[in-house]
Design a protein around this ligand. Structure first.
Ligand code: NAD
Length: 307
């Protein structure tokens, strides 16, 4: 890792300081990075400025002296705007610097940004993450990386401030592709858990007992262990806290839409992903888009008597 900043660590521009970006940027500061930050919502920058980061006026301004530029933005449109737009990071980043997009986007966006980056002499990695905001806080994210192995080697020490497992998945777009496959599995599994709970509830099963049995049976899964979708089963789970905080259901809907569009590009039909996507899409209009994705149980079809 380059050591060119005033604090001895690399100069890093961090763009997008939301649920994930804010704790990740904090870890970089604590790890000795010289940090410039930008977010379109000025209030999102405040905690980082108080902790010693420099406020930038645009992604280009943040990137101007950077060794690494990290983006952690909601979707591909925002990533394109913040990197290739008129005041995007690529118009400021010095040749030889590395752009690392850690947002969940589609593989085509990762490849488009990498293409534009190369034209400016900037190397690019797609490096989406799994592990939710708790993993961002304690630096235990799983990071799935697409791009050159040599550029990943250069970036590994920086990424290790953020993640416990860093896996090179292949060429540009492959990190994003693996992340979307993970989202397909997690999104469908959550619906399966919700249906199992709904069936058990309707037939009068004790739901704590159900959780105890299934977490040590073949129905076990990460959604089942971390977020059983009804209150009173797991005190630390989102359902016991009005489905907050957690992984927002509107992000799960977005990720499944990205997976479905990647499937179309590959000439594939993914019927369960499609069905799950329809269920998550019903949460937004019901005012539940910001709730944890385990709230999907609330949009499962009702019994004929409405219960
Ligand atoms: P978020 O909505 O909480 O934060 C996004 C931030 O980006 C906001 O502060 C917003 O103001 C800022 N922003 C939007 N457009 C911008 C622009 N053009 N320039 C600069 N800043 C801009 O989102 P999040 O939950 O932090 O998720 C970020 C990404 O990480 C998403 O792609 C998401 O799918 C992925 N992800 C999220 C989680 C999670 O648990 N939340 C887990 C893994 C991956």
């Amino acid at each position: 890792m380059d050591t060119t900043g005033a604090g001895g660590g690399p100069r890093v521009a961090f763009i997008g300081l939301g649920t994930m970006g804010r704790p990740m940027a904090r870890r970089l500061l604590a790890g000795g990075c010289d940090l410039a930050v930008f977010d379109t919502a000025p209030a999102a920058m405040r905690p980082l400025l108080d902790a010693g980061a420099r406020a930038a006026a645009s992604p280009a301004d943040a990137a101007r002296r950077a060794d690494f530029v990290i983006t952690m933005l909601p979707d591909g449109r925002r990533v394109l705007e913040a990197t290739t737009g008129p005041t995007g990071a690529l118009s400021g980043a010095p040749p030889g610097s590395v752009l690392i997009d850690m947002s969940t986007v589609d593989p085509a966006t990762s490849r488009a940004v990498a293409f534009e980056a190369e034209r400016e002499g900037v190397r690019m990695l797609d490096a989406p993450v799994s592990g939710s905001s708790a993993g961002a806080v304690d630096g235990s994210l799983t990071i799935m990386v697409g791009g050159s192995a040599e550029v990943l080697d250069r970036s590994r020490r920086l990424l290790s401030l953020l993640g416990g497992k860093i896996v090179h998945c292949g060429a540009t777009g492959m990190g994003t592709t693996v992340k979307l496959a993970n989202q397909v599995m997690a999104g469908i599994s959550m619906v399966a858990v919700a249906e199992g709970f709904r069936l058990s509830q309707a037939l009068g099963v004790d739901l704590r007992l159900l959780h105890e049995v299934t977490t040590s049976s073949s129905g076990d899964s990460w959604p089942l262990r971390t977020r059983p979708p009804v209150p009173g089963v797991l005190a630390a789970g989102p359902a016991d806290h009005d489905f907050e905080p957690g992984f927002r259901s509107d992000l799960m809907r977005k990720d499944l839409e990205l997976a479905l569009s990647a499937a179309v590009d590959a000439g594939l039909d993914l019927p369960l992903t499609s069905a799950a996507r329809h269920l998550y899409a019903r949460l937004g209009p019901a005012g539940l888009g910001h709730k944890d994705f385990s709230a999907v149980i609330s949009v499962l079809p009702r019994r004929i008597d409405g219960t």
